[in-house]
Unconditional design. Structure first.
Length: 188
């Protein structure tokens, strides 16, 4: 059963990865770059500051730093425990992969890009929901695009992304709850 799931995952990866073309490679390399979305994060922090003030923003920065550290470390724990080679290193897959990423790490289960972007999307979307009802949907869509970019550049399987997105959503929700608890406990 697990072997069949892995085979389907590899086949879906190869199909999606090979949909790419040189004319779109530059765009997807920009999307997959971690630094690309710093302006989005800065804008979200600015909006949070305008809606909630300095004290809440400072608390939130610590909660966000803890959330990103948590998702990063758990992702790394899974990568080095499961040790599933990335598609760009996997025998029988790498020869058919359009690999355009600047580098290829050893292991890929599960995606840190997917978990971090989804955690940020859920957290920010829930924090700002009283002011921007549909923002969470835009942020989730952004997270899905970032996640897909990892297939496009050849470094993650769809299952890596699905698990990363799920873990990120749970983490974002959990840290949103932690933030609310800290606000009630220490800020009111």
């Amino acid at each position: 059963m697990l072997d069949q799931l892995i085979q389907y995952d590899e086949e879906l990866f190869l199909f999606l990865n090979n949909l790419g073309s040189e004319s779109w490679d530059g765009l997807w390399l920009v999307i997959t770059n971690k630094l690309t979305f710093i302006p989005l994060y800065a804008l979200l922090l600015y909006v949070i500051f305008k809606k909630y003030g300095w004290k809440t923003l400072l608390l939130m920065v610590f909660v966000i730093a803890a959330m990103i550290t948590f998702t990063d470390q758990i992702t790394n724990l899974f990568k080095y425990t499961v040790q599933r080679p990335r598609p760009c290193r996997a025998e029988g897959v790498m020869d058919f992969t359009r690999f355009i990423a600047p580098r290829c790490g050893l292991y890929g289960f599960f995606s840190g890009h997917a978990s971090n972007s989804m955690a940020a999307a859920i957290f920010a979307g829930l924090i700002l929901k009283p002011y921007f009802k549909n923002l969470i949907y835009v942020l989730i869509l952004w997270s899905l695009v970032v996640a897909y970019s990892r297939i496009y550049v050849g470094v993650h399987y769809p299952l890596d992304l699905l698990c990363g997105l799920t873990f990120g959503a749970l983490s974002g929700f959990g840290f949103y709850k932690l933030h609310n608890y800290l606000i009630k406990r220490y800020m009111r």
